[in-house]
Ligand binder design. Structure first.
Ligand code: NAG
Ligand code: NAG
Ligand code: NAG
Ligand code: NAG
Ligand code: NAG
Ligand code: NAG
Length: 399
Protein backbone atom coordinates (compact mmCIF):
# COMPACT_ATOMS: atom_id res chain seq x y z
CA UNK A 1 0.00 0.00 0.00
CA UNK A 2 2.68 2.43 1.10
CA UNK A 3 4.76 1.58 -1.97
CA UNK A 4 1.85 1.99 -4.29
CA UNK A 5 1.03 5.41 -2.86
CA UNK A 6 4.67 6.42 -3.13
CA UNK A 7 4.78 5.29 -6.74
CA UNK A 8 1.61 7.15 -7.45
CA UNK A 9 2.95 10.28 -5.77
CA UNK A 10 6.21 10.10 -7.69
CA UNK A 11 4.20 10.02 -10.91
CA UNK A 12 2.18 13.09 -9.95
CA UNK A 13 4.58 15.71 -11.25
CA UNK A 14 4.73 13.91 -14.59
CA UNK A 15 0.97 13.51 -14.78
CA UNK A 16 0.59 17.16 -13.91
CA UNK A 17 2.92 18.12 -16.73
CA UNK A 18 1.12 16.21 -19.46
CA UNK A 19 -1.95 18.38 -19.73
CA UNK A 20 0.17 21.55 -19.47
CA UNK A 21 2.42 20.43 -22.31
CA UNK A 22 -0.52 19.57 -24.53
CA UNK A 23 -2.83 22.46 -23.70
CA UNK A 24 -2.62 25.39 -25.99
CA UNK A 25 -3.03 28.88 -24.62
CA UNK A 26 -6.66 29.92 -24.58
CA UNK A 27 -5.82 33.09 -26.46
CA UNK A 28 -4.95 32.77 -30.14
CA UNK A 29 -2.98 36.00 -29.84
CA UNK A 30 -0.78 34.39 -27.17
CA UNK A 31 -0.57 31.06 -28.98
CA UNK A 32 0.44 32.62 -32.32
CA UNK A 33 3.00 34.93 -30.71
CA UNK A 34 4.50 32.20 -28.51
CA UNK A 35 4.75 29.87 -31.50
CA UNK A 36 6.59 32.45 -33.60
CA UNK A 37 8.94 33.17 -30.68
CA UNK A 38 9.54 29.44 -30.19
CA UNK A 39 10.59 29.27 -33.85
CA UNK A 40 12.97 32.19 -33.27
CA UNK A 41 11.04 34.57 -35.52
CA UNK A 42 11.07 38.35 -35.35
CA UNK A 43 14.19 38.96 -33.26
CA UNK A 44 16.13 41.01 -35.81
CA UNK A 45 17.95 38.00 -37.25
CA UNK A 46 17.39 36.13 -40.49
CA UNK A 47 19.23 32.79 -40.57
CA UNK A 48 21.39 34.13 -37.75
CA UNK A 49 22.33 37.34 -39.57
CA UNK A 50 20.96 40.79 -38.55
CA UNK A 51 18.32 42.06 -40.99
CA UNK A 52 16.45 45.38 -40.93
CA UNK A 53 13.06 43.84 -41.72
CA UNK A 54 9.57 45.34 -41.73
CA UNK A 55 8.19 41.88 -40.88
CA UNK A 56 9.91 42.24 -37.53
CA UNK A 57 8.58 45.77 -37.15
CA UNK A 58 5.02 44.56 -37.63
CA UNK A 59 5.51 41.63 -35.23
CA UNK A 60 7.11 43.88 -32.62
CA UNK A 61 4.08 46.16 -32.74
CA UNK A 62 1.88 43.13 -32.07
CA UNK A 63 4.16 41.98 -29.23
CA UNK A 64 4.07 45.41 -27.66
CA UNK A 65 0.26 45.33 -27.59
CA UNK A 66 0.35 41.77 -26.26
CA UNK A 67 2.79 42.84 -23.54
CA UNK A 68 0.48 45.67 -22.57
CA UNK A 69 -2.42 43.19 -22.48
CA UNK A 70 -0.74 40.37 -20.56
CA UNK A 71 2.15 41.95 -18.67
CA UNK A 72 4.31 39.02 -19.79
CA UNK A 73 7.86 40.43 -19.94
CA UNK A 74 8.93 37.71 -22.40
CA UNK A 75 7.33 39.83 -25.11
CA UNK A 76 9.08 43.03 -24.04
CA UNK A 77 12.43 41.24 -23.86
CA UNK A 78 11.92 39.77 -27.33
CA UNK A 79 11.35 43.26 -28.73
CA UNK A 80 14.47 44.51 -26.95
CA UNK A 81 16.57 41.65 -28.29
CA UNK A 82 15.31 42.47 -31.76
CA UNK A 83 16.42 46.09 -31.44
CA UNK A 84 19.81 45.13 -29.96
CA UNK A 85 20.45 42.93 -32.98
CA UNK A 86 20.09 45.92 -35.33
CA UNK A 87 21.13 49.05 -33.41
CA UNK A 88 24.78 49.09 -32.32
CA UNK A 89 25.82 50.52 -28.91
CA UNK A 90 26.87 53.77 -30.60
CA UNK A 91 23.56 54.09 -32.46
CA UNK A 92 24.58 53.07 -35.98
CA UNK A 93 22.00 50.93 -37.77
CA UNK A 94 23.04 47.50 -39.01
CA UNK A 95 21.03 44.75 -40.61
CA UNK A 96 21.78 45.95 -44.14
CA UNK A 97 20.29 49.41 -43.61
CA UNK A 98 21.33 51.75 -46.43
CA UNK A 99 20.43 55.41 -45.89
CA UNK A 100 21.04 56.52 -49.47
CA UNK A 101 18.85 53.81 -50.99
CA UNK A 102 15.85 55.74 -49.53
CA UNK A 103 13.81 52.60 -48.89
CA UNK A 104 10.70 53.24 -46.80
CA UNK A 105 10.53 49.56 -45.76
CA UNK A 106 13.55 50.00 -43.49
CA UNK A 107 11.75 52.57 -41.37
CA UNK A 108 9.15 50.14 -40.03
CA UNK A 109 11.44 49.26 -37.10
CA UNK A 110 11.27 52.91 -36.05
CA UNK A 111 8.06 52.76 -34.00
CA UNK A 112 9.56 49.90 -31.96
CA UNK A 113 12.69 51.88 -31.20
CA UNK A 114 10.70 54.95 -30.19
CA UNK A 115 8.68 52.80 -27.81
CA UNK A 116 11.82 51.21 -26.33
CA UNK A 117 13.48 54.61 -26.03
CA UNK A 118 10.49 55.90 -24.08
CA UNK A 119 10.64 52.86 -21.79
CA UNK A 120 14.40 52.61 -21.28
CA UNK A 121 15.95 55.96 -22.29
CA UNK A 122 18.77 54.18 -24.15
CA UNK A 123 20.66 56.92 -26.02
CA UNK A 124 21.79 54.73 -28.91
CA UNK A 125 18.15 54.17 -29.84
CA UNK A 126 17.57 57.91 -30.12
CA UNK A 127 20.57 58.22 -32.45
CA UNK A 128 19.14 55.47 -34.67
CA UNK A 129 15.66 57.01 -34.58
CA UNK A 130 17.07 60.37 -35.70
CA UNK A 131 18.90 58.68 -38.58
CA UNK A 132 15.60 57.25 -39.78
CA UNK A 133 13.95 60.65 -39.41
CA UNK A 134 16.60 62.34 -41.48
CA UNK A 135 16.12 59.74 -44.22
CA UNK A 136 12.61 61.15 -44.61
CA UNK A 137 13.99 64.68 -45.04
CA UNK A 138 15.89 63.47 -48.12
CA UNK A 139 13.33 60.94 -49.37
CA UNK A 140 12.66 61.64 -53.08
CA UNK A 141 9.13 62.83 -53.88
CA UNK A 142 6.78 63.20 -56.84
CA UNK A 143 6.02 66.78 -57.87
CA UNK A 144 2.79 66.44 -55.89
CA UNK A 145 4.83 65.59 -52.80
CA UNK A 146 4.35 61.82 -52.41
CA UNK A 147 7.40 59.98 -51.14
CA UNK A 148 8.78 57.47 -53.65
CA UNK A 149 8.62 53.97 -52.26
CA UNK A 150 12.36 53.58 -52.87
CA UNK A 151 14.96 55.55 -54.82
CA UNK A 152 15.01 52.79 -57.46
CA UNK A 153 11.23 53.04 -57.95
CA UNK A 154 11.18 56.29 -59.89
CA UNK A 155 8.13 58.42 -58.96
CA UNK A 156 6.23 55.44 -57.50
CA UNK A 157 3.97 55.55 -54.47
CA UNK A 158 2.99 52.15 -53.04
CA UNK A 159 0.35 51.56 -50.37
CA UNK A 160 2.90 49.48 -48.45
CA UNK A 161 5.06 52.57 -47.93
CA UNK A 162 2.40 54.26 -45.84
CA UNK A 163 2.66 51.52 -43.21
CA UNK A 164 6.45 51.30 -43.45
CA UNK A 165 7.37 54.98 -43.50
CA UNK A 166 4.44 57.13 -42.45
CA UNK A 167 3.52 55.30 -39.25
CA UNK A 168 7.10 55.96 -38.14
CA UNK A 169 6.89 59.57 -39.35
CA UNK A 170 3.69 60.10 -37.34
CA UNK A 171 5.01 58.31 -34.25
CA UNK A 172 8.20 60.37 -34.35
CA UNK A 173 6.28 63.61 -34.77
CA UNK A 174 3.87 62.81 -31.94
CA UNK A 175 6.68 62.00 -29.51
CA UNK A 176 9.51 64.39 -30.42
CA UNK A 177 8.09 67.12 -32.67
CA UNK A 178 4.40 67.45 -31.83
CA UNK A 179 4.15 71.18 -32.62
CA UNK A 180 5.63 70.76 -36.12
CA UNK A 181 2.63 71.74 -38.25
CA UNK A 182 4.64 71.21 -41.45
CA UNK A 183 5.24 67.59 -40.52
CA UNK A 184 1.57 66.95 -39.68
CA UNK A 185 0.48 68.50 -42.97
CA UNK A 186 3.03 66.38 -44.81
CA UNK A 187 1.86 63.15 -43.16
CA UNK A 188 -1.75 64.04 -43.99
CA UNK A 189 -0.74 64.65 -47.60
CA UNK A 190 1.02 61.26 -47.85
CA UNK A 191 -2.21 59.43 -46.96
CA UNK A 192 -4.36 61.68 -49.13
CA UNK A 193 -2.24 61.54 -52.29
CA UNK A 194 -2.00 57.78 -52.05
CA UNK A 195 -5.76 57.50 -51.77
CA UNK A 196 -6.58 59.95 -54.57
CA UNK A 197 -4.10 58.39 -56.98
CA UNK A 198 -5.01 54.74 -56.40
CA UNK A 199 -8.67 54.46 -55.39
CA UNK A 200 -10.82 52.61 -57.90
CA UNK A 201 -13.24 55.01 -59.54
CA UNK A 202 -16.84 54.29 -60.59
CA UNK A 203 -16.77 52.63 -63.99
CA UNK A 204 -13.45 50.87 -63.39
CA UNK A 205 -13.55 47.18 -64.37
CA UNK A 206 -14.61 45.06 -61.37
CA UNK A 207 -14.86 48.19 -59.25
CA UNK A 208 -14.69 47.54 -55.50
CA UNK A 209 -14.04 51.13 -54.44
CA UNK A 210 -10.76 49.96 -52.95
CA UNK A 211 -7.19 50.99 -53.74
CA UNK A 212 -4.85 49.66 -56.40
CA UNK A 213 -1.42 48.55 -55.15
CA UNK A 214 0.36 51.75 -56.20
CA UNK A 215 0.92 54.34 -58.89
CA UNK A 216 3.68 55.83 -60.97
CA UNK A 217 3.28 59.57 -61.31
CA UNK A 218 5.68 59.58 -64.28
CA UNK A 219 3.67 56.89 -66.09
CA UNK A 220 6.88 55.13 -67.13
CA UNK A 221 6.34 51.75 -65.38
CA UNK A 222 4.99 49.00 -67.67
CA UNK A 223 1.91 48.65 -65.48
CA UNK A 224 0.98 52.36 -65.22
CA UNK A 225 -2.59 53.18 -66.32
CA UNK A 226 -3.11 56.01 -68.83
CA UNK A 227 -5.07 58.14 -66.37
CA UNK A 228 -3.40 58.30 -62.95
CA UNK A 229 -0.58 55.84 -63.56
CA UNK A 230 -2.04 53.33 -61.13
CA UNK A 231 -1.20 49.62 -61.15
CA UNK A 232 -3.85 47.23 -62.53
CA UNK A 233 -4.92 45.19 -59.48
CA UNK A 234 -6.09 45.55 -55.90
CA UNK A 235 -3.66 43.35 -53.97
CA UNK A 236 -5.06 42.35 -50.59
CA UNK A 237 -1.95 42.90 -48.46
CA UNK A 238 -1.10 46.33 -49.88
CA UNK A 239 -4.56 47.51 -48.88
CA UNK A 240 -4.07 45.78 -45.51
CA UNK A 241 -0.94 47.80 -44.79
CA UNK A 242 -2.74 51.00 -45.70
CA UNK A 243 -5.79 50.43 -43.48
CA UNK A 244 -3.64 49.34 -40.52
CA UNK A 245 -1.72 52.60 -40.95
CA UNK A 246 -4.99 54.55 -40.94
CA UNK A 247 -6.14 53.21 -37.57
CA UNK A 248 -2.71 53.22 -35.93
CA UNK A 249 -2.01 56.82 -36.92
CA UNK A 250 -5.54 57.94 -35.97
CA UNK A 251 -4.90 56.50 -32.52
CA UNK A 252 -1.72 58.50 -31.96
CA UNK A 253 -2.69 61.76 -33.69
CA UNK A 254 -2.75 64.61 -31.15
CA UNK A 255 -5.43 67.33 -31.31
CA UNK A 256 -3.00 69.81 -32.90
CA UNK A 257 -2.26 67.64 -35.93
CA UNK A 258 -4.17 69.86 -38.34
CA UNK A 259 -6.32 68.08 -40.92
CA UNK A 260 -4.79 64.68 -40.19
CA UNK A 261 -7.65 63.14 -38.20
CA UNK A 262 -10.44 64.45 -40.40
CA UNK A 263 -8.64 63.26 -43.53
CA UNK A 264 -7.91 59.78 -42.21
CA UNK A 265 -11.44 59.39 -40.87
CA UNK A 266 -12.90 60.35 -44.23
CA UNK A 267 -10.75 57.80 -46.07
CA UNK A 268 -11.35 55.07 -43.50
CA UNK A 269 -15.10 55.56 -43.75
CA UNK A 270 -14.95 55.06 -47.51
CA UNK A 271 -12.78 51.95 -47.27
CA UNK A 272 -14.34 50.13 -44.29
CA UNK A 273 -17.73 49.33 -45.89
CA UNK A 274 -16.06 48.57 -49.22
CA UNK A 275 -13.73 46.07 -47.54
CA UNK A 276 -16.73 44.48 -45.83
CA UNK A 277 -18.52 44.20 -49.19
CA UNK A 278 -15.49 42.84 -51.06
CA UNK A 279 -15.32 39.69 -48.89
CA UNK A 280 -16.21 36.45 -50.63
CA UNK A 281 -19.84 35.85 -49.60
CA UNK A 282 -19.37 32.17 -48.77
CA UNK A 283 -16.08 32.03 -46.88
CA UNK A 284 -16.16 35.61 -45.56
CA UNK A 285 -12.50 36.24 -46.47
CA UNK A 286 -10.79 37.97 -49.37
CA UNK A 287 -9.12 36.89 -52.59
CA UNK A 288 -5.40 37.58 -52.97
CA UNK A 289 -6.27 39.68 -56.04
CA UNK A 290 -9.48 41.32 -54.88
CA UNK A 291 -10.32 42.62 -58.35
CA UNK A 292 -10.45 39.09 -59.87
CA UNK A 293 -12.71 37.05 -57.59
CA UNK A 294 -12.85 33.35 -58.36
CA UNK A 295 -10.46 33.50 -61.29
CA UNK A 296 -8.27 30.41 -61.82
CA UNK A 297 -5.20 30.40 -59.49
CA UNK A 298 -6.59 33.14 -57.25
CA UNK A 299 -7.01 32.08 -53.60
CA UNK A 300 -7.96 33.27 -50.13
CA UNK A 301 -4.88 34.92 -48.63
CA UNK A 302 -4.34 35.04 -44.89
CA UNK A 303 -2.24 38.16 -44.17
CA UNK A 304 -4.56 40.64 -45.88
CA UNK A 305 -7.61 39.14 -44.18
CA UNK A 306 -5.97 39.40 -40.74
CA UNK A 307 -5.01 43.01 -41.38
CA UNK A 308 -8.58 43.96 -42.29
CA UNK A 309 -9.96 42.20 -39.21
CA UNK A 310 -7.51 44.08 -36.98
CA UNK A 311 -8.07 47.45 -38.64
CA UNK A 312 -11.84 47.35 -38.92
CA UNK A 313 -12.52 45.92 -35.45
CA UNK A 314 -10.19 48.56 -34.02
CA UNK A 315 -11.89 51.26 -36.10
CA UNK A 316 -15.29 50.32 -34.67
CA UNK A 317 -13.98 49.85 -31.11
CA UNK A 318 -12.42 53.33 -31.07
CA UNK A 319 -15.42 54.94 -32.75
CA UNK A 320 -13.66 55.89 -35.98
CA UNK A 321 -16.32 54.03 -37.95
CA UNK A 322 -19.95 53.82 -36.86
CA UNK A 323 -21.25 50.31 -37.36
CA UNK A 324 -24.91 51.05 -36.63
CA UNK A 325 -26.28 47.81 -38.08
CA UNK A 326 -23.37 45.72 -36.81
CA UNK A 327 -22.55 44.49 -40.29
CA UNK A 328 -18.87 45.40 -40.20
CA UNK A 329 -18.20 43.61 -36.92
CA UNK A 330 -20.28 40.64 -38.09
CA UNK A 331 -18.25 40.41 -41.31
CA UNK A 332 -14.96 40.56 -39.39
CA UNK A 333 -16.14 37.84 -36.98
CA UNK A 334 -17.05 35.62 -39.90
CA UNK A 335 -13.65 36.19 -41.48
CA UNK A 336 -11.88 35.54 -38.18
CA UNK A 337 -13.69 32.24 -37.70
CA UNK A 338 -12.66 31.19 -41.19
CA UNK A 339 -9.05 32.10 -40.38
CA UNK A 340 -9.01 30.05 -37.19
CA UNK A 341 -10.59 27.04 -38.86
CA UNK A 342 -8.53 27.09 -42.06
CA UNK A 343 -5.20 28.77 -41.47
CA UNK A 344 -4.28 27.76 -37.91
CA UNK A 345 -2.52 24.39 -37.84
CA UNK A 346 -1.84 22.79 -34.42
CA UNK A 347 1.57 21.11 -34.18
CA UNK A 348 2.43 18.09 -32.04
CA UNK A 349 4.94 20.14 -29.98
CA UNK A 350 2.16 22.42 -28.73
CA UNK A 351 2.89 25.30 -31.08
CA UNK A 352 0.75 26.35 -34.00
CA UNK A 353 1.61 27.07 -37.59
CA UNK A 354 -0.01 29.64 -39.83
CA UNK A 355 -0.87 28.94 -43.43
CA UNK A 356 -1.68 30.72 -46.70
CA UNK A 357 0.33 33.93 -46.45
CA UNK A 358 1.80 35.07 -49.75
CA UNK A 359 5.52 35.73 -49.37
CA UNK A 360 5.77 38.86 -51.51
CA UNK A 361 3.96 41.28 -53.80
CA UNK A 362 5.94 43.94 -55.61
CA UNK A 363 5.44 46.49 -58.34
CA UNK A 364 9.03 45.86 -59.39
CA UNK A 365 7.94 43.70 -62.34
CA UNK A 366 4.74 43.35 -64.37
CA UNK A 367 2.24 44.07 -61.57
CA UNK A 368 -0.38 41.99 -63.36
CA UNK A 369 -2.66 39.17 -62.26
CA UNK A 370 -0.24 36.44 -63.35
CA UNK A 371 2.50 38.02 -61.28
CA UNK A 372 0.52 38.08 -58.03
CA UNK A 373 -0.86 34.54 -58.25
CA UNK A 374 2.53 33.03 -59.07
CA UNK A 375 4.26 34.20 -55.86
CA UNK A 376 5.21 31.62 -53.22
CA UNK A 377 2.67 30.93 -50.48
CA UNK A 378 4.44 30.33 -47.20
CA UNK A 379 3.81 28.48 -43.98
CA UNK A 380 4.63 30.67 -40.97
CA UNK A 381 5.33 33.87 -42.85
CA UNK A 382 5.80 36.46 -40.11
CA UNK A 383 3.86 39.14 -41.99
CA UNK A 384 0.80 36.90 -41.73
CA UNK A 385 1.38 35.67 -38.17
CA UNK A 386 1.93 39.20 -36.88
CA UNK A 387 -1.31 40.30 -38.52
CA UNK A 388 -3.11 37.30 -37.00
CA UNK A 389 -1.82 38.27 -33.53
CA UNK A 390 -3.20 41.77 -34.13
CA UNK A 391 -6.53 40.44 -35.41
CA UNK A 392 -6.78 38.12 -32.40
CA UNK A 393 -6.01 40.93 -29.96
CA UNK A 394 -9.00 42.81 -31.37
CA UNK A 395 -11.27 39.78 -31.67
CA UNK A 396 -10.54 38.72 -28.09
CA UNK A 397 -11.66 42.05 -26.68
CA UNK A 398 -14.97 42.15 -28.53
CA UNK A 399 -17.78 42.76 -26.06
C1 NAG B 1 5.19 34.38 -21.13
O1 NAG B 1 5.36 33.99 -22.50
C2 NAG B 1 6.22 32.86 -22.66
C3 NAG B 1 6.37 32.50 -24.13
O2 NAG B 1 6.46 33.54 -24.99
C4 NAG B 1 5.68 31.68 -21.94
O3 NAG B 1 6.59 30.59 -22.08
C5 NAG B 1 5.47 32.00 -20.49
O4 NAG B 1 4.83 30.92 -19.88
C6 NAG B 1 4.61 33.23 -20.33
N1 NAG B 1 4.55 33.59 -18.93
C7 NAG B 1 3.43 33.77 -18.28
C8 NAG B 1 3.54 34.17 -16.84
O5 NAG B 1 2.35 33.62 -18.82
C1 NAG C 1 29.76 52.34 -34.25
O1 NAG C 1 29.67 50.91 -34.07
C2 NAG C 1 29.75 50.22 -35.30
C3 NAG C 1 29.42 48.76 -35.04
O2 NAG C 1 29.89 48.32 -33.79
C4 NAG C 1 31.11 50.42 -35.93
O3 NAG C 1 31.18 49.72 -37.15
C5 NAG C 1 31.31 51.93 -36.18
O4 NAG C 1 32.60 52.14 -36.66
C6 NAG C 1 31.06 52.72 -34.93
N1 NAG C 1 31.01 54.14 -35.32
C7 NAG C 1 31.55 55.10 -34.58
C8 NAG C 1 31.39 56.49 -35.13
O5 NAG C 1 32.10 54.89 -33.54
C1 NAG D 1 23.18 52.01 -51.01
O1 NAG D 1 22.25 52.49 -51.92
C2 NAG D 1 22.82 53.28 -52.96
C3 NAG D 1 21.69 53.86 -53.78
O2 NAG D 1 20.88 52.83 -54.29
C4 NAG D 1 23.78 52.41 -53.77
O3 NAG D 1 24.38 53.19 -54.79
C5 NAG D 1 24.83 51.84 -52.87
O4 NAG D 1 25.64 50.93 -53.59
C6 NAG D 1 24.20 51.11 -51.70
N1 NAG D 1 25.22 50.72 -50.74
C7 NAG D 1 25.41 49.47 -50.37
C8 NAG D 1 26.47 49.25 -49.36
O5 NAG D 1 24.76 48.55 -50.79
C1 NAG E 1 9.32 69.79 -39.24
O1 NAG E 1 8.94 68.88 -40.25
C2 NAG E 1 9.46 69.23 -41.51
C3 NAG E 1 8.82 68.27 -42.52
O2 NAG E 1 9.19 66.97 -42.24
C4 NAG E 1 10.95 69.17 -41.50
O3 NAG E 1 11.48 69.54 -42.76
C5 NAG E 1 11.49 70.07 -40.43
O4 NAG E 1 12.87 69.88 -40.31
C6 NAG E 1 10.83 69.80 -39.10
N1 NAG E 1 11.21 70.81 -38.14
C7 NAG E 1 11.87 70.54 -37.03
C8 NAG E 1 12.15 71.68 -36.13
O5 NAG E 1 12.20 69.39 -36.76
C1 NAG F 1 -13.18 40.84 -63.46
O1 NAG F 1 -13.37 39.69 -62.66
C2 NAG F 1 -13.50 38.48 -63.37
C3 NAG F 1 -13.84 37.39 -62.37
O2 NAG F 1 -12.79 37.19 -61.51
C4 NAG F 1 -12.20 38.21 -64.11
O3 NAG F 1 -12.30 37.01 -64.84
C5 NAG F 1 -11.88 39.36 -65.03
O4 NAG F 1 -10.62 39.16 -65.61
C6 NAG F 1 -11.89 40.67 -64.27
N1 NAG F 1 -11.73 41.78 -65.19
C7 NAG F 1 -10.79 42.69 -65.03
C8 NAG F 1 -10.73 43.72 -66.12
O5 NAG F 1 -10.05 42.73 -64.10
C1 NAG G 1 -1.49 24.96 -46.34
O1 NAG G 1 -2.48 25.26 -47.31
C2 NAG G 1 -2.25 24.61 -48.55
C3 NAG G 1 -3.24 25.16 -49.56
O2 NAG G 1 -4.50 25.35 -48.99
C4 NAG G 1 -2.37 23.12 -48.34
O3 NAG G 1 -2.14 22.44 -49.57
C5 NAG G 1 -1.33 22.67 -47.32
O4 NAG G 1 -1.48 21.33 -47.04
C6 NAG G 1 -1.49 23.50 -46.03
N1 NAG G 1 -0.37 23.19 -45.14
C7 NAG G 1 -0.51 22.51 -44.03
C8 NAG G 1 0.74 22.26 -43.25
O5 NAG G 1 -1.59 22.12 -43.63
Amino acid sequence: MFLRVATFLSLLPILALIPIAEARPESYAVWAADSAIARGQGNGLSNGVPLDSYDDGEFQWALRLLYERTGNTTYFNWIETGADNIVSPNGTIGGGYNFTAFIQDYLRLGPTWIYLFQETGQANLKTAIDTYRSQLNGQPRTVQGQFWHKLVYFNQGWLDGIYMGEVFYATYTSVFDASNATAWADITMQFELMFENTKQLPGAPNNTGLMYHGYDFSHTAVWASPDRGHSPEVWDRALGWYVMALVDVLELAPPNSGALKATLLRILNVLAPNIRDAADPTSGVWWLVITQPGRALNYFESSGASMYIYALLKAVRLGYVQDADGSIVAAMKKAYNYAVENWVIPNSDGTMSWNNTVSVGSLGSTGDYEYYVSQVVDLNDLKGIAAFVLASLEFEQLP
